[in-house]
Write a protein that binds this ligand. Structure first.
Ligand code: GRF
Length: 191
């Protein structure tokens, strides 16, 4: 059975979308957070997924003891050391069309700019923040009169759609295009 870890520091909505997408499929998920009180733990309990508080300084040891086929970062607010990136396959989701709006507050920054370059990106994790090879992107446009909250909701909806499908593509070598519905086939940018 494939062993996958999802690392998050906060809300965990992407984690939940991933677990729900793979429900009934044979994948052994582990939820890890560097924050003891993060809501992702609650979600893991409600979804009956193993969950661990992994202090950042123990992360390398934890991963060495528990090798995972894929490490999925979902709102994980730490920069993984090179030792981990070199030994594990790690991916991340970022709420912009990288390379635009790297770093924190990408949603608010792109909203305030009324940027046409908005959307979400799933990428490999490399040494530099939000800079690894891009796997896929899904653009989200900011329509007139859209509030920040509405835009944020649209971004999260795009994340929850794209991330599980990219994970399935990576794990089972299914072409990503086959995992997209008719409507998204033209929107998703596959690298
Ligand atoms: C997402 O917007 C993701 O792109 C970013 O952090 C946020 C995490 O949200 N890296 P959640 O914890 O999955 O709800």
């Amino acid at each position: 059975m494939k062993k996958i870890a999802v690392f998050g520091s906060g809300n965990g909505s992407n984690f939940q979308a991933i677990i729900e997408y793979f429900q009934g499929k044979n994948i052994d998920f582990t939820c890890c957070s560097d924050k003891k009180d993060s809501y992702i733990h609650e979600r893991a309990k409600n979804l009956s997924v193993k969950n661990f508080y992994v202090p950042f300084e123990n992360t390398f040891e934890f991963i060495k003891k528990n090798p995972f086929e894929l490490i999925v970062l979902a709102g994980y607010m730490r920069i993984l050391p090179i030792s981990i990136i070199k030994t594990a396959n790690v991916i991340n989701i970022h709420p912009s069309l990288l390379p635009a709006y790297k770093g924190i507050n990408a949603i608010k920054k792109s909203y305030l700019d009324k940027s046409p370059k908005t959307g979400v990106t799933v990428h490999q994790v490399s040494e530099d923040v939000d800079s690894g090879n891009i796997i896929a992107q899904l653009p989200v446009s900011i329509s007139d009169n859209m509030s920040l909250w509405e835009f944020e909701t649209a971004i999260h909806k795009a994340e929850h759609f794209l991330y599980p499908r990219v994970i399935e593509h990576l794990l089972f070598k299914v072409p990503l295009i086959e995992l997209l519905g008719e409507n998204q086939r033209e929107s998703v940018i596959i690298w």
